[in-house]
Design a protein around this ligand. Structure first.
Ligand code: GTP
Length: 281
C-alpha cells in the first residue's frame, strides 16, 4: 500500500473485483472508517459490495476525533443495524476488543458450529477501507508475531496468505482498498483536511481556508490559542485570518507555508480533537 491512489473507473472496477473474489473466503469484513469523517471516508458502493456478509464497522483514529461526535455516529450506525467498534488502533487492547466485537457479530454462527462439535475454528477476516484509514496499522497491531500461513484459493492456483492473531483471528494478508467519493466537493475537502487524499490534488491555501471556516463554527479558541491571536481574530475574513496567522508564524506573506503548518497541526491533533462530518445522513 503506501502512497495514496488516484482512482479511475478501471482502478475501481479492479479493486471491486478483487474484493468480491476474496469475500467468499472470509467470515467477516472489518470496514474501516476514519472517526473524524465517518461519512466522507465511507465508500458509497460498500453496502452493495459486501451485501449480506457479516460486517463490523471499525471507527479508527478515535483518539483524534471529538468523543461526543464519535458517540453520536456510533449510535447512528447502530440504529441502521451495523455493529460498530471504536478504536485508537494503536491502543494496547485493540486485539482483544476487536476479537470480541467480531465474535459478537458472528455469535449465531459460532453457536451453531459449537452445536455441531466444531470448536476453535479461526475467524477469517478481511480488512477494507479507503487509503490512509489505518488498514496496515490495524493489521500490524493485530498480528504481533508475523506468522503468515498460506492456503490455496479455491478455483485458482494463486495462494492466499492469512496472518494469525493471538486471539484466534486469521486476517487476509491483502486488505481491500476502497475508493473515496471524490465527486462531492465538500467530501473532497474533508478528505484533504484529514490527509486521506494526496496533497497535490488540492491547493494548500484552499485547504487552510476550509480549515478556518470549519473552526469558525466549531472551536475558535483552538485557533486563537495555537497561533497566539487576539480574542477578536475571527472578526477578520478567513483570508485575512490566514494572513494574520502567516505573520504570527513569522512566515511574512508566505501563506502557503503557513497553510502547510496548519494542515500538519490539524492532522496531528495539535488543534485538539475534531470531527468534520457532523451531519448524519
Ligand atoms: N492517531 C492515530 N493515527 C492512526 C490510527 N490508525 C492509523 N493511524 C495513522 O494513520 C496513518 C495511515 O495509516 P495506515 O495504516 O498506513 O493506513 P492504510 O489504510 O493502510 O493506508 P494505505 O496504505 O494508503 O491504504 C499512519 O500514519 C498511522 O500511524 C489511529 O487510530 N490513531
Amino acid at each position: 500500500m503506501g502512497q495514496n491512489i488516484q482512482w479511475y473507473p478501471g482502478h475501481m472496477a479492479k479493486a471491486f473485483r478483487l474484493m468480491r473474489e476474496n469475500l467468499s473466503l472470509v467470515d467477516i469484513v472489518f470496514e474501516l472508517v476514519d472517526a473524524r469523517i465517518p461519512m466522507s471516508s465511507r465508500n458509497p458502493e460498500v453496502d452493495k459490495l459486501i451485501e449480506k456478509k457479516p460486517r463490523l464497522l471499525v471507527m479508527t483514529k478515535a483518539d483524534l476525533a471529538d468523543p461526543k461526535e464519535t458517540a453520536a455516529w456510533k449510535a447512528h450506525f447502530e440504529k441502521k443495524g451495523l455493529a460498530v467498534a471504536v478504536l485508537d488502533t494503536r491502543g494496547p487492547k485493540t486485539a482483544q476488543y476487536i476479537t470480541k466485537a467480531a465474535k459478537d457479530v458472528l455469535a449465531d454462527k459460532l453457536e451453531a458450529q459449537e452445536a455441531k462439535g466444531i470448536k476453535d475454528r479461526p475467524i477469517r477476516v478481511m480488512l477494507a477501507g479507503i487509503p490512509n484509514v489505518g488498514k496496515s496499522t490495524l493489521l500490524n497491531h493485530l498480528v504481533q508475531k508475523n506468522v503468515a500461513i498460506t492456503a490455496n484459493k479455491p478455483g485458482v492456483t494463486k495462494k492466499v496468505a492469512w496472518l494469525k492473531t493471538s486471539t484466534g483471528l486469521q486476517i487476509l494478508d491483502s486488505p481491500g482498498v476502497l475508493w473515496p467519493k471524490f465527486e462531492d466537493q465538500k467530501i473532497g475537502q474533508r478528505l484533504a483536511l484529514t490527509g486521506a487524499v494526496k496533497d497535490t490534488i488540492f491547493a494548500k491555501d484552499d485547504a487552510a481556508l476550509n480549515l478556518l471556516a470549519f473552526f469558525r463554527d466549531y472551536n475558535q479558541k483552538a485557533i486563537i490559542d495555537r497561533y497566539h491571536l487576539n480574542d477578536d481574530a475571527f472578526d477578520l475574513s478567513d483570508v485575512d485570518l490566514l494572513l494574520a496567522i502567516t505573520a504570527k508564524l513569522g512566515f511574512k506573506d508566505d501563506y502557503e507555508k503557513a497553510a502547510i503548518r496548519m494542515l500538519n497541526d490539524l492532522r496531528s491533533g495539535k488543534l485538539g480533537r475534531y470531527t468534520l462530518d457532523r451531519e448524519y445522513d
